[in-house]
Design a protein around this ligand. Sequence first.
Ligand code: SF4
Ligand code: SF4
Length: 330
Amino acid sequence: MRTLSQRKLKLAIGLGATCSGCDMSIVDLAEKLTDVFNAVEVVFWPTAFDQKLKEFIQLPDGSVDLGFYHGSIANEENKEIAELLRKKTKTIIAFGACACHGGVPGLANLTTTKELFATVYKETPSTENPDFTEPLSETKVDGYSLHLPKKFDTVQCLHDCVDVDYYLPGCPPEVPLVEKAIEAILTGKLPQKGETLAPNRILCDECPRKREEKKISKIYRLQQIIPDQEKCLLDQGIICLGPSTRMGCGAKCIEANMPCRGCMGPTSKTLDQGAKMIASLGSVLGLEGEELMSEDEVRTMVDQVKDPLGTFYMFTLPASILKRKTMTQK
Ligand code: SF4
Ligand code: SF4
């Protein structure tokens, strides 16, 4: 860590389409936050400080050492903040699954804004909205104009919008990874530009469960089975994204007897996390002792996977080869 006599690094934290869980993993540094604040001056962090956007805009371009951006790019404001952060900072870290790969908000790419608004503001059973009032980007009230940022049809990752220097994945990033990243920043030991600040191996490599890679013919949803705590979840017929997901989270979900959902994204060797998982599942799905299956048998087996896109691309749809569902004009 730097000493007080050294110049403090200036840090700005920008927010996109975020649940702010990523802020929590910074706050969770707990007593180490004191060390961080001794070495870092936070010039913009709307979640934690009362700095105003206009003050951040007034800072000279390139005068901030470091920027974290969490959340995906889902509307005009998210894009403006990302561009502003890029302009003001020397180094930007895409912080968390949403900024790195699109995250859960990226599942909006399975639909359009029109359909999304119809579901949220009209069709859900708990919604009472007979006039179908929905958010507008401009509204006149008593002669005044009110503006809301326009939502994009396609949710993007941070790197689709601005140049990104490093990636810190996870939903949210695990505290030890945040600690390591901050230490690397403060000691000037960051790796090559473009690197992900987490180990470049798959989760199965750090998972304590024994994996036999045996054939599975039945896929279970979590409510249908109480998994054995020692055995690999995939071996037990539960879809676990460990084979296609980067390690570094400490296998916390697995420890809680829950399968990996893939929030760390893929390793650098994998182009598309969902496709890799589909291939991994394909290699174990089948009937023990039977080499070839009929088309009907294959179809029946594959049909057991409920919500395939939500399962294989829960955190990475905008970063995938698919990027979004192709919509036909109605
Ligand atoms: S990565 Fe997870 S914790 Fe962070 S903003 Fe996205 S949904 Fe929230
Ligand atoms: S598939 Fe899941 S449970 Fe099995 S070894 Fe990999 S991470 Fe562990």
